[in-house]
Ligand binder design. Structure first.
Ligand code: SF4
Ligand code: SF4
Length: 447
């Protein structure tokens, strides 16, 4: 079977982001195949775990992927400070006599932004609003590459490695079936060690605070990699929980036009015409030419530097950009520019070191947590598996209530030519509900 068919069959999607279906992404012809191994969100350890434990599989998968996309340069972009992971990858490269190269990134945030990685490795700037393909590159993250390896062995995407950290008794790396409840993951990491807590799904910068209903109901999907538990009065919770009206009022009353948000914006530093301070000014002054300025919000990657690090007034340009983006997208507005894109000369000096970011985020208490070298395997007897865990069309259920299914069995299907991804049973058991999610229950006794 062809590799793209194997990837489609296994339901592989981008594991580090919005879940772009991989069999569609890799249908391309490029010069560079890049692996995003930056794992730049503070506290998250998932990709580093995968690199230490599955280096051989990653290098083998790249040997299949390179001819598929026609790449003659295959480069893993990894932070130079990830010494153990570099060692694991180097010995796999040597053992397998591979031509894969390593590129060492600085420990800055967001080193893992796709546009930043492509610029660092190739020296090419992706046009604003564009994708790596436009400069001859395709980027996959390490967890996706491992899923591709698994696909070549006939294994579909059924389990995830998840970092659970923060205010839990035993911060851990877990191996969990997709569809496992978040609360079960927290329990597997020793349970909560505080009473008033909030849960961030993902990293502290780009992750989302879950509502109390979501904490009860949300389950692990193909794109999850981290769960962070923090006290409810934590800086991050306060910054991320502001209402839209509060943010707009704050923008109008408190923005001093210092432009730090722009000066530190990673996309602005790459030369993109994104100037959050101008967007904020247009909001507060209701300027005539606001529409043109607002379009700049469309090229914001939502990294959070402006909101969580740069702004001295506690304002959230990122949130404002998200609101504007949603409105413009609904109107079908797209970003276009004929400007020549040249990175800012000050870029090197204005990048944000992760160590400083951790202090600003008040995460120093959690930064040196040591994790066991092996992930805890979590067993569950009920999983709730969403039929849409990816960009594009939802999968269509091909099972009915009462069906017995085996782990790895196809339960939700998309057509080969559609934008979407297949869904598989992550445990063996009986289907007890089919809606936008499929619930599978097992009678196995879990100790
Ligand atoms: S979130 Fe802020 S810093 Fe990040 S890209 Fe958007 S405007 Fe720039
Ligand atoms: S950093 Fe804050 S105060 Fe300064 S221009 Fe940006 S939003 Fe306004």
């Amino acid at each position: 079977m062809e590799l793209l068919d194997q990837i489609y069959k296994a339901g592989v999607v981008g594991a580090g982001g919005a879940g772009f279906p991989t069999h569609i992404k890799l249908k391309c012809n490029v010069e560079y195949l890049l692996v995003n191994a930056a794992e730049c969100e503070p506290l998250i350890q998932t990709d580093k775990y995968i690199m230490r434990h599955n280096a051989d599989e990653i290098i083998k998968a790249l040997s299949f992927m390179a001819p598929l996309v026609g790449a003659d340069k295959v480069i893993i972009a990894i932070k130079g400070k990830y010494e153990r992971e570099i060692q694991a990858l180097q010995s796999a490269i040597k053992k397998l006599d591979s031509k894969v190269e390593l590129f060492y990134l600085k420990s800055v945030y967001p080193a893992g932004d796709e546009q930043v990685i492509v610029y660092e490795v190739t020296g090419r700037v992706i046009p604003p609003g564009g994708i790596p393909l436009s400069v001859g590159a395709v980027v996959s993250n390490v967890a996706t590459v491992l899923s591709i390896y698994d696909a070549t062995r006939g294994k579909s995407v059924t389990d995830k490695i998840i970092t659970v950290t923060g205010e839990v008794n035993n911060p851990s790396l877990l191996s969990v079936p997709i569809g496992t409840p978040i609360l079960k993951c927290i329990k597997a990491a020793g349970g909560l060690n505080i009473k008033d807590y909030c849960v961030i799904m993902g990293g502290p910068m780009m992750g989302r605070i879950l509502s109390s209903d979501e904490v009860e109901q949300r389950t692990i999907t193909k794109t999850d990699g981290g769960i962070i538990v923090l006290p409810t009065n934590h800086y991050i919770k306060e910054r991320k929980s502001l209402s839209v009206q509060h943010i707009i009022n704050q923008t109008k009353s408190a923005c001093i036009q210092c432009s730090y948000c722009t000066q530190m914006c990673p996309r602005y530093l790459l030369g993109h015409p994104l100037r959050p301070h101008k967007v904020m000014r247009a909001i507060s002054m209701s300027l005539d030419h606001s529409e043109e300025i607002f379009k700049e919000a469309l090229i914001c990657c939502e990294c959070g530097i402006c909101e969580m690090y740069a702004c001295p007034m506690g304002i959230s340009p990122r949130q404002v950009n998200i609101i504007i983006k949603n409105e413009l997208r609904q109107k079908g507005v797209k970003f276009n520019t004929t400007l020549k894109i040249i990175p800012d000369e000050q870029r090197d000096g204005r990048q944000v070191p992760v160590s400083r970011l951790v202090q600003r985020l008040n995460l120093g208490k959690y930064k040196d947590i040591k994790f066991d070298d092996d992930a805890i395997e979590v067993k569950v007897n009920i999983v709730t598996i969403p039929l849409k865990q990816h960009i594009g069309k939802s999968a269509t259920s091909i099972v009915a209530v009462g069906d017995e299914v085996n782990k790895g069995q196809l339960i939700g299907e998309v057509k080969r030519e559609d934008m979407g991804a297949n869904i598989h049973a992550s445990i063996s058991g009986k289907v007890t509900n089919v809606s936008d999610c499929i619930i599978i229950e097992s009678s196995e006794v879990i100790l």
